[in-house]
Structures are given as structure tokens and as C-alpha cells.
Design a protein around this ligand. Structure first.
Ligand code: MN
Ligand code: MN
Length: 461
């Protein structure tokens, strides 16, 4: 055998999806990217993603399921957990004890949450105090246009949806940064300390209420505007969930338009393929769940996070309807934890270990484990389950790569994988490589997005 042939047979190397994708599929993947961009622009918070997901599901004949409702074989349902977590599911005909297929992504992203008592006036400005949500580099969130999203639940129990700053003719909001001319002390601080958490205050206005001559006229005027628009008073902030997110729209990146820049690819870039893979799939014998969880960015805690019983309770309900043993079903179910990984960044090659890094355009990334410092805090998928997914993707022409997040001891991360695996369900991390993860504007490749959609589609088929 000549050397070339031997190399081909024995050596492993990442493949660029561009090398194997046909013109037809390339076109399909670029069209898919367009629909994804619409989702990104309309679903900047978990609540908005839930609404968007429900609208998509309803158009495909999915019906609302409430805990305790009847579940029918062949039924297609969505379970809306408090408007912040969404589970789409389809009940197959085969015995559930052979196991369900689960796709688990998250729909929350790093951002600036408003504090509960946020509004104040200082130096001729009205401002809102924030408490950042998730792992951000604080300096990145200054001097960029921000929009305000969320809900205010008023004293009478009614809920107001808020979204200001997404339409071109609406105002946006802003966190200031120091001019370089006066930043001598700031520039000497570390990057982590350069902008402090208590400096992330949002500019809300500057015009005073004119009949008022004392201090507080600007704050009063802002409350007057809010009262006119929403009928709220200051106390209503105390029971609100409002956040500032980047006001940018998703756009193509690069002359060749091969990439997408946008806010919150982590993890909408996996949530969207999970939703569409399920909605586009043919009815099969399998029972399939697409779980879109909240609170991943702060540890998957709480009633709408992956650690809550919401998903397993729903699974138990389906087991009961199908006369299946819950514990047997879990033991035989399989899950792809759909979350992003770091793409190799030519500007910062030093943090990645080249042989085990993910590369843009090399397809969907499998991560056998996440965690940090000696694999701490990861579920570490079994070699057996990893092999079965590898074979499935190879058999179906899904371009994929294997990677871990950065060099050993450089840092690390986690996903919802371990919270599913802890329940005795085989789970592997699978998702899209991202440049500038957790920045206000992140970048992904269109082919990786499409391969993720293909990967999820074959997994649940
Ligand atoms: Mn994520
Ligand atoms: Mn994240």
C-alpha cells in the first residue's frame, strides 16, 4: 500500500464542511441561516424564545399540555413552564421503555438585569442600576446601544410585556465608559476590574419635570413617562424582570457571508436547531423531547432551570400515559445536550490546545466532557454512547468534530449535560463552535449551524 493510501486509512483529521458539502446543501444551509437570524432578532430573552417557540410549534399542529392533562399516542405537545422554559414533545408508538430521545438546549443568555429598586437621578441624568446575569466581561457592555426587555407584574397581578429599543424609531439605552483622556487609573486596573459591577448603570433620560424645582425632577419625569406608557409606578419595579441586551440585529459577517454575528448565539444557535429538527421531523415510533431551559448561565438553578423537576415530572407523566416504568425509561433514554463550544480564534491561539480545539466550519462539535481543573464538574459521556453518536453522524453524512473547551487549567465551562446525566440518562454535549462567546456580539459559521440541525435531525429520527 502506498503511503498516501495508508495515511488516508489510518490518520484522523478534522474536515472542513466546505470540502464535502454539495451546492444544493450549501444553498439549503444558507437559507436555514436566514430563518435563524429572524429567531435571533425576535427572541433575545428566554421569555421571548418561549413565545417564538410556541408560535412555531402551533403552526405545526402542536397543542398546549398542562401538567396532569391527558397524553395521547401520536400526540404533539408543548409544555410552557412559567413562560421561561419550553418543552416540545411528540409521543411515539413504540414502547417507551426502549427509551426517549432528548435534545436539551438553553434559551437564557448573559445580559444586564435591572436591580429590583433601580431608578435614581444623579448629575443631570436619570439612570437604572443593574446586576449582570451570567459570565460577562463587564467592559464589553459599555458604550454600545442596549434595548430593554422583560415583564413588569403590577400590584393588581396583571403582566406587562416590555420591549423598547428594537425598532429603528425607538430609543435605545446606554452604559457609559470613561474617556481615555481621564482613564489613567482605570487603565492601570486589571481587565476584570476596569469596569466595576456597580458602574454598569443604564442611561434612561435627562429631561426634568418642569413644575418641579427640587432634586429628583428628572427621575419624576421618567416615572411620569413610564406611568403614561405603562400605567406603572416606582413600586412596580420591585416585581419586574427587566434586562438590558444589545440592540444590534443579527447580520452576516464577512465578504463571503459565511458567518453570522449576533447577540445570544449561546445558546439560541443550538435551541433553534433543536426546535426545528423536532418540528421538521417525520412522525416516528420514538418519543422525542426538545427541552429549552432557562438559567443555564447561572448554574441551571431554580424552577425554570434544568435542575428543576419540570422535565422529569413531564417525562413521568408521559410514562404513566404510555404505561411505562419511569426508571426503565430513564435508563434507556439518550440525550444530546445542545450547547456551544469555543471556536479556535486566530487572535488568541494561546488558550486553545490545537489538537483538541473546535474549528469554525468543521461541523457540529461533540464534547465528551466539559468542566475545569481535572474534569471537575462534568458528566463525561461514556465511550459507548460517544461511539454510537459518532457512528450515527458518520452514517448520515453529518460533518462533526470532537473538542474540549480550551487548554488544561486555562479555565473551563459547563452545560446542562450533567443535570440530565445525573438522572441516569446517557448524555453527550453537541453544538456549534462560537467566536467571542458571551460578548454582546458573538460569531458562528452558517455551515456549523446547519450541521447541528442535521445532527439533531438524525438523532431523533
Ligand atoms: Mn451555553
Ligand atoms: Mn454560556
Amino acid at each position: 500500500m502506498d503511503t498516501k493510501e495508508l495515511k488516508k486509512q489510518l490518520l484522523y483529521k478534522n474536515k472542513s464542511a466546505f470540502d464535502s458539502i454539495g451546492e444544493d446543501e450549501l444553498e439549503k444551509s444558507y437559507a436555514y441561516a436566514e430563518s435563524y437570524k429572524l429567531f435571533l432578532d425576535s427572541a433575545k430573552t428566554e421569555r421571548e424564545a418561549v413565545k417564538y417557540g410556541i408560535a412555531m410549534a402551533k403552526r405545526r399542529g402542536y397543542r398546549e399540555y398542562r401538567m396532569g392533562d391527558e397524553i395521547l399516542e401520536g400526540g404533539k405537545y408543548y409544555y410552557n413552564n412559567r413562560g421561561k422554559m419550553l418543552i416540545l414533545f411528540r409521543v411515539g408508538s413504540e414502547p417507551l421503555e426502549r427509551g426517549a430521545r432528548i435534545l436539551a438546549a438553553h434559551i437564557d443568555s448573559p445580559r444586564l438585569d435591572l436591580k429590583q429598586n433601580p431608578l435614581y437621578e444623579e448629575g443631570g441624568f436619570g439612570l437604572l442600576k443593574t446586576h449582570y446575569y451570567g459570565g460577562i466581561k463587564k467592559y464589553q457592555w459599555t458604550a454600545v446601544p442596549l434595548s430593554l426587555h422583560g415583564v413588569i407584574v403590577k400590584g393588581d397581578g396583571s403582566t406587562l410585556d416590555v420591549c423598547i429599543g428594537e425598532d429603528e424609531d425607538e430609543p435605545v439605552f446606554y452604559v457609559s465608559d470613561l474617556l481615555p483622556h481621564l482613564a489613567k487609573d482605570q487603565m492601570a486596573r486589571t481587565l476584570a476590574e476596569g469596569v466595576k459591577g456597580e458602574s454598569l448603570n443604564l442611561l434612561l433620560g435627562s429631561e426634568p419635570y418642569r413644575d418641579e424645582e427640587t432634586d429628583g425632577a428628572i427621575k419624576l419625569n421618567l416615572l411620569r413617562i413610564l406611568n403614561e406608557k405603562y400605567g406603572i409606578c416606582e413600586e412596580d419595579f420591585l416585581s419586574a424582570e427587566l434586562c438590558a441586551v444589545p440592540a444590534f440585529r443579527a447580520r452576516d459577517i464577512g465578504l463571503d457571508r459565511s458567518m453570522i454575528g449576533g447577540y445570544g448565539h449561546d445558546d439560541r444557535v443550538c435551541a433553534y436547531p433543536a426546535i426545528t429538527a423536532l418540528l421538521d421531523s417525520e412522525d416516528s415510533e420514538k418519543t422525542v423531547f426538545a427541552v429549552l431551559a432557562d438559567k443555564e448561565e447561572i448554574g441551571s438553578e431554580g424552577v425554570s432551570g434544568m435542575q428543576s423537576e419540570a422535565f422529569t415530572d413531564l417525562l413521568a407523566e408521559v410514562c404513566e400515559a404510555k404505561d411505562a416504568n419511569f426508571r426503565v425509561v430513564k435508563a434507556h433514554s439518550r440525550c444530546l445536550s445542545a450547547d456551544v463550544n469555543a471556536a479556535y480564534d486566530p487572535n488568541y491561539p494561546e488558550v486553545l490546545e490545537k489538537m483538541n480545539a473546535a474549528y469554525a466550519n468543521c461541523g457540529v462539535v461533540l464534547s465528551k466532557f466539559t468542566g475545569s481543573r481535572g474534569k471537575s464538574g462534568t458528566s463525561d459521556a461514556s465511550a459507548e454512547f460517544t461511539a454510537s453518536v459518532r457512528n450515527l453522524f458518520n452514517e448520515n453524512g453529518v460533518i462533526w468534530q470532537m473538542a474540549e473547551l480550551g487548554k488544561v487549567d486555562q479555565g473551563g465551562g459547563g452545560t446542562v449535560a450533567k443535570y440530565v446525566a445525573n438522572r441516569n440518562i446517557d448524555t453527550l454535549d453537541v453544538g456549534v463552535p462560537v467566536i467571542s462567546m458571551h460578548a454582546p456580539y458573538e460569531v458562528i459559521s452558517k455551515l456549523d449551524l446547519y450541521m447541528t440541525y442535521r445532527a439533531f435531525s438524525v438523532f431523533i429520527a
